[in-house]
Design a protein around this ligand. Structure first.
Ligand code: SAM
Length: 271
């Protein structure tokens, strides 16, 4: 595909140019003829050709009109490949993907400037997927697989950890891309769970608890939760006591089970 135009920084265009890493990503995605695959941001097609060779069906969503047009041209005689010229954050994924009995696989070297909203989008559509293999900025990937108590542990760890088994698969240095990004990268695999890892009551409440707990990293858990407006100060104090959680702790020390226990109690208050 033409490399004539300069990559667009605004679209996070750091194209993969390392054949070894491309092979490893494809192996990690474990694609076969029975698979339906969504590639987000195929760009100049570093992963696309191999995905097209292996998958039964391939859907490409690319926001750069020129690159989407070039992909349409390249795959115009290939009915198994569909190119959507669109924004992954705006397309109606459920309508676009439709039924795939075994679930879609998602493979992407994500534009790092929108990786968090894309992760939350994929989380919201998790029932459509059987496996995700995503290239992320190293800090974002490490946050996802962090354990409670680590400095890296954060909102995405808890919210995605509720619904996915996540594994750090491949470390990718800047030299594997053109142009070279300023950061290191990692490939993380995600396998959706049939049920949430722990019962949380209302998921909306769980999200508010987790986001509230991390909203002000230097404040205590009790103050963060009060600030989140989920309940009165007295109610928050009573719920922390009932869950056996010290309100002086910081959000990043709470396990998923502890967040879930708080969420269940707070859900109870709101119903
Ligand atoms: N997959 C290619 C590779 O590995 O070389 C390109 C990866 S590059 C990091 C990210 C790609 O996502 C670019 O092609 C960019 O144009 C595309 N992109 C950026 N924002 C997007 C969006 N909102 N929706 C879909 N694609 C997007």
């Amino acid at each position: 595909m033409s490399a004539a135009r300069r990559p667009l920084k605004s679209l996070g265009q750091n194209f993969l140019v390392d054949g070894n890493i491309i092979d490893r990503i494809i192996r990690c995605a474990d694609i076969g003829p029975a698979d339906s695959v969504l590639e987000i941001g195929p760009g100049r097609g570093a992963l696309t050709g191999r995905l097209a060779q292996r998958a039964g069906r391939l859907l490409l969503v690319e926001y750069d009109h020129a690159l989407a047009a070039a992909l349409k041209e390249q795959y115009r005689d290939e009915p198994r490949v569909t190119v959507v010229d669109g924004d992954i954050l705006a397309v109606d994924l459920a309508a676009l993907l439709g039924d795939a009995p075994a679930g879609w696989k998602v493979v992407a070297n994500l534009p790092y400037n929108i990786s968090s909203p894309v992760l939350f989008r994929l989380l919201d559509c998790r029932t459509l997927f059987s496996r995700l293999v995503l290239m992320l900025q190293r800090e974002v990937g490490e946050r996802l697989v962090a354990s409670a108590g680590c400095a890296d542990y954060g909102v995405t760890t808890a919210l995605l950890g509720l619904w996915f088994d996540m594994r750090r698969e491949i470390s990718v240095p800047p030299g594997c891309f053109h142009p070279r990004p300023k950061v290191d990268s990692v490939v993380v695999s995600f396998v959706p769970l049939a049920e949430p890892r722990v019962e949380v009551g209302s998921e909306e409440t769980f999200r508010r608890v987790v986001k509230g707990a991390f909203a002000m990293r230097r404040k205590t858990l009790a103050n963060c939760l009060k600030g989140a407006g989920l309940a009165s100060a007295d109610e928050i104090g009573a719920i922390l006591d009932a869950c056996g959680i010290d309100g002086q702790r910081r959000g990043e020390t709470l396990s998923l089970e502890e967040f879930a226990a708080l969420s269940r109690r707070l859900t109870g208050l709101q119903t």
